[in-house]
Design a protein around this ligand. Structure first.
Ligand SMILES: *Cc1c(COP(=O)(O)O)cnc(C)c1O
Length: 234
């Protein structure tokens, strides 16, 4: 299917899921994950109405954001310290802060305020990045480590925490996926009462396989690649 048609289908599903969660479609940001996809394909998605695009390699972010500067660029992947400058220069939202060190590094490179999300790992999968929150409801040490990291990060002048990002297990039944997302939402609620000076309103949850469930469980941002651009090479 053409990219424009795919965008229409995804936007419709976003609107339906938003309705099921008692929210309007415009309270949800659909991020088209354009990693490995060409500028021509991104322009097709723009002509279908999208403005938010997600990348997970900083060099690719730099070249695409330079070519298409009037879009909102999201950095959604793990970021190595030595590759952070393009994220400081071009990202409007960085979804995957997984350690204070990367936030400190960005803070030193930024000349403006960068909104960020903390990536959390609630499924406990070793292959997934993020703060270990696999048993946050019962494990006080996990909660304390997250609070300490969030506090450290929130003291950086040019970094502004806005919420959490998580990924569900790639191959999982709907009930398992839903539980990962609802546990993430409840963690954000707990953080809101524990660290009320930080904004915990944004929840980046859901990809091609599970964005409708993410929205039903409270996602404000979904990151959708294949349903818009088709399969990737690797
Ligand atoms: C690639 C990627 C996505 C998009 O995945 P699809 O299955 O193509 O929708 C979303 N989030 C992150 C962090 C990714 O790396």
């Amino acid at each position: 299917m053409a990219i424009q048609d795919n965008v229409e289908v995804v936007l419709e599903k976003v609107a339906q899921a938003a309705g099921r969660s008692g929210r309007s479609a415009d309270s949800i940001t659909l991020i088209a994950v354009s990693k490995q996809k060409s500028l021509a394909m991104i322009k097709d998605a723009v002509s279908a109405g999208l403005r938010d695009f997600g990348e997970n390699r900083s060099a690719e972010l730099a070249s695409k954001a330079q070519a298409l500067p009037n879009l909102n660029w999201h950095f959604i992947g793990h970021l190595q310290t030595r590759q952070s400058q393009p994220v400081a220069d071009y990202a409007g939202l960085f979804h995957a802060v997984d350690r204070p060190k990367i936030a400190t590094r960005l803070n030193n490179q930024l000349t403006h305020t960068l909104p960020v999300l903390l990536e959390i790992n609630v499924s406990g999968e070793a292959s997934k990045g993020g703060f270990d929150c696999s048993d946050w409801e019962n494990d006080g040490a996990q909660r304390a480590a997250l609070v300490q990291a969030a506090t450290t990060i929130s003291e950086l002048a040019r970094i502004e925490i806005h919420g959490l990002m998580t990924m569900a297990p790639y191959v999982a039944d709907d009930a398992t996926v839903r539980q990962v997302f609802s546990r993430t939402r409840r963690l954000a609620e707990w953080l809101r009462s524990t660290l009320p000076d930080i904004s915990w309103d944004a929840l980046s949850m859901g990809m091609t396989n599970d964005y409708a469930i993410g929205i039903e469980e409270g996602a404000t941002h979904v990151r959708v690649g294949r349903a818009i651009f088709g399969e990737r090479q690797y």
